[in-house]
Ligand binder design. Sequence first.
Ligand SMILES: [Zn+2]
Length: 165
Amino acid sequence: MLKEDFLEDIRGDKDCPICGWDAQTLHTNAHKARCTAWQRACRRIGYSPMTRPEATEAIDTAQQRLEDALPEQDMAQTRMALIRAFYDRSLTLAIDNGNADKHPDFRSYASMLELPEMSQQLRHRFPHTPKHIPAGFTVWQPEGSRGRRFQERRARQMRERRLFA
Ligand SMILES: [Zn+2]
C-alpha cells in the first residue's frame, strides 16, 4: 500500500509529511500525482530525503550552530548534519525535476562539494571530484542543463570578482 493512502487522515494546517507539499492544497489531485511520483522515486533510489521545508530548517539550524565556538567534536558533527541537509535538499529538487535516478548518492555528492564547511577532515573522507557542482553551490544539476550552466556562470563571476577586488 502506498503511503498516500494515509493522506486522507492528515488534517489541519500541516504540510504533507511525505513530500512537503503545501497544506492548503494537500487534498488536490495535483498533490496526489506529485506525492505518488515522489514515493516511487524514493523507493527506486532506496532513500527518503527530508522534505524541502525540513531540510531548509536543518540547514539554518546547522549554520547557526557553526557560528558559535563549539568544541571540535560538535563542529564536526554539525558540519556533517549540514552536508546531509544540503544533500537532502538537492535530492528533493532532483525528484521534483524528474532527475532522481541521475542524482549522485551521498558519498559522491559530498565529494563534489566545494564549500568553506568542507573541513580538512571532511575532505579527507570525501576526496574532491571537481566539475560536478561548481564552487559555492550545494544543488546538483545534470550536466549540460540550464541550471548547471547558470551555476557555472555564477561561480566564474564570483571567482573573477575575488581576483579583481
Ligand atoms: Zn505529499
